[in-house]
Ligand binder design. Structure first.
Ligand SMILES: Cc1cc2nc3c(=O)[nH]c(=O)nc-3n(C[C@H](O)[C@H](O)[C@H](O)COP(=O)(O)OP(=O)(O)OC[C@H]3O[C@@H](n4cnc5c(N)ncnc54)[C@H](O)[C@@H]3O)c2cc1C
Length: 383
């Protein structure tokens, strides 16, 4: 089998790339190690930047997003017993974010891909990539297959095989491990607030978010290796109430349908390409979720890559990494900054917490500081 582009991974990066290429008449094959059911039910991100939403609409995969996505014109920051609104739309000339689960984006993209009739193979695990020859080896239904193409897009996430197929010494890594993680739950309860609430609390950060008018997504700062079995549902609700509730505002509760702990790290490899292999999304970089950037960056990468592939201009393809990394590093900084401002630091140091509170007060009282947060959160138009 010979196709123009081989795409490893059917997460947001791989599926958006496949659709963008299809719209430009470029053929591709998508190989995904997991089953369709598995990738469609993986609960992960849920905040879409304005640019991501616009692109999904332009690609013709935005019908359900338009109907079911929750458009938010701001977020609330909570500290010192008060809430402060950051009004995105007012501060950014009309831009907003949309809350729509990553698994819903993935379902819409899979449906669109299947409609094109172009190949998307589930339970096809890539076991080796040759970046120089753009050769991909994978196993499917008990047999090993090899495909060769003009180039390979490594969209296989942080734990995939593409990044590791690049010879040692080529990539430079920059990373930061945080001494905390998020204990996240999905609860069958209507959201208690119309917008996201980012709460700084002496017991640790908490986030009130949502996935639909009936599903609330809530997070608690915890240790990266927090044992989940020490968190029966009632303990989770009690801690959420402590960190989020204010006089006159109560948290809606309901059955917890999903629960997990995610460690937090920042990570970037450079360059994001070698030979004829191009890395995109989590395969090349990770951000802590505080800035809601992971999925959006994956989409931004493949937008740059699809343009470069479609241009037919080798020089533009050669500049893929350099172009993508400008946005990647802006998002890395924003995610690190939000994380550092909002989480209880390990030191428990009075100086650190006074600095955090001073920064929060500044963001909420200075239009310039609020605008900086807002334009980064909704996604910069150009970087
Ligand atoms: C548990 C969790 C929670 C998260 N929560 C948030 C959040 O709240 N907010 C936020 O902004 N971001 C969040 N993120 C980050 C966000 O989900 C990612 O940034 C986003 O999924 C990146 O998309 P991607 O397509 O690059 O990678 P992925 O979505 O990871 O897709 C990679 C795909 O490649 C497949 N694959 C891997 N190896 C192979 C192989 N060898 N062969 C074939 N296929 C392979 C995988 O099965 C997967 O489907 C979260 C991530 C995780 C893991």
């Amino acid at each position: 089998m010979r196709t123009q582009v081989g795409i490893v991974g059917a997460g947001p990066a791989g599926l958006v790339l496949a659709q963008l290429l299809h719209l430009r008449g470029i053929d591709s094959v998508v190989l995904e190690s997991r089953s369709r059911e598995h990738v469609e039910s993986r609960i992960r991100a849920g905040v879409l930047e304005q640019g991501t939403v616009d692109l999904l609409f332009e690609m013709g995969v935005g019908d359900r997003l338009r109907r079911e996505g929750l458009v938010h014109e701001g977020i609330e920051l909570q500290f010192g017993g008060e809430r402060h609104r950051i009004h995105f739309t007012e501060l950014t000339g009309g831009r907003s974010i949309t809350v729509y689960g990553q698994q819903e984006v993935v379902k819409d993209l899979i449906a669109a891909r299947l409609e094109t009739g172009r190949p998307l193979v589930f339970e096809a695990e890539v076991v080796g990539v040759d970046p120089e020859r753009a050769l991909v080896r994978y196993t499917h239904e008990g047999a090993e297959h090899t495909i060769e193409r003009d180039l390979v897009a490594g969209c296989d996430g942080f734990h995939g095989v593409c990044r590791d197929s690049i010879p040692s010494g080529v990539l430079r890594e920059a990373s930061r491990e945080y001494p905390f993680g998020w204990l996240g739950i999905l609860a069958e309860a209507p959201p208690s607030n119309e917008e996201l609430i980012y709460a700084y609390h002496e017991r640790g950060f908490a986030l009130h978010s949502m996935r639909s008018p009936h599903l609330t997504r809530l997070y608690l700062q915890c240790r990266p290796d927090e044992p989940l079995d020490e968190w029966p549902d009632e303990r989770i609700w009690e801690e959420l109430r402590t960190r989020l509730e204010l006089p006159g505002w109560t948290l809606n509760e309901g059955p917890i349908v999903e629960k997990g702990v995610t460690g937090m790290r920042s990570f970037v490899v450079e360059p994001m390409q070698h030979g004829r292999l191009y890395l995109a999304g989590d395969a090349a970089h990770i951000v802590p979720p505080t800035g809601a950037k992971g999925l959006n960056l994956a989409v931004a990468d493949v937008r740059v890559l699809a343009d470069a592939i479609a241009s037919g201009d080798d020089a533009q393809l050669d500049r893929y990494s350099e172009t993508a990394l400008r946005r990647v590093w802006r998002a890395e900084h924003f995610s690190w900054w939000m994380t550092s401002m909002l989480h209880r630091l390990e030191s428990g140091d009075e100086f650190d917490s006074r600095l955090q509170l001073s920064q929060l007060a500044y963001v909420c009282s200075s239009r310039a500081a609020a605008t900086s947060l807002a334009e980064n959160y909704v996604g910069l138009e150009s970087v």
